[in-house]
Design a protein around this ligand. Structure first.
Ligand SMILES: [Zn+2]
Length: 230
């Protein structure tokens, strides 16, 4: 092994992964290669470094199909053939992988929401356009901590509404094959608040009755069998 420049932390961590974590979990990775990935969850989260989906959900490799972007935004469905990374990932997750749930995860102290209120550097032209995806959620008041929190939560609900405009998402949700989950992660409390459509509010996970957004009507199969709690 060559000696490393001391400051190359990243290379040291790559070596640790290979020599420590991987041998302990080798079978799992080999199974995921042999049988392919079958994640049940599409997680659309903000790119913020403090949001760590695997820590929050306790997920293992192979369990989350991840899309991350600035703000955890969902572009409007327009059926266009442009280079839409987030839209392509949603199509892949729902139509190819047939995931059973989609999580939209925003968070406290979100830089994207702050930038939407305060503006971005002149040169950040793509970011400026991207932030238009949250314009409808902004409040016409001076942004303080309370307004920021409310806007972050409104942004999550807005993205859920946009998701339902994707025809294949709506179809799967209405068929009871796909559930939507709107989450607001409060970093300083270590708690996710779950949007409950029936209450029209975000409920802390410590007291929420469901991780999903609902409303969860009992789903009636063609043969008349009723399945609760989808
Ligand atoms: Zn953010």
């Amino acid at each position: 092994m060559k000696t490393l420049p001391e400051q190359d932390d990243l290379l040291l961590r790559l070596r640790d992964f290979h020599s420590d974590y991987f041998p302990r979990n080798q079978q799992r990775f080999q199974d995921l290669v042999a049988h392919g990935q079958h994640p049940k969850t599409l997680f659309i989260g903000c790119s913020d470094s403090r949001l760590v989906p695997y820590l929050l959900t306790g997920a293992a490799p192979g369990e989350l199909f991840l899309v991350r972007n600035v703000g955890a935004f969902v572009p409007p469905y327009d059926g266009s053939h442009g280079l839409h990374g987030t839209t392509a990932a949603i199509e892949f997750a729902v139509l190819n992988l047939e995931v059973e749930r989609i999580i939209i995860c925003g968070h406290s102290h979100c830089g994207a929401i702050k930038a939407a209120y305060e503006g971005v550097p002149e040169e950040a032209v793509a970011l400026k356009s991207w932030l238009k995806l949250v314009e409808e959620a902004l409040l016409p008041v001076q942004p303080g901590p309370e307004v920021m929190c409310r806007t972050e939560q409104r942004a999550v609900v807005l993205q859920l509404e946009r998701l339902m405009e994707y025809p294949f998402v709506r179809r799967s949700v209405e068929a009871g094959q796909l559930s939507l989950h709107g989450w607001h992660y409060v970093i300083e409390d270590g708690e996710v608040h779950v949007f409950d459509a029936e209450q029209g509010a975000f409920v802390p996970s410590s007291v929420a009755s469901h991780s999903g957004t609902g409303p969860y009507q009992p789903y009636v199969e063609h043969d008349g069998q009723v399945i609760e709690g989808i």
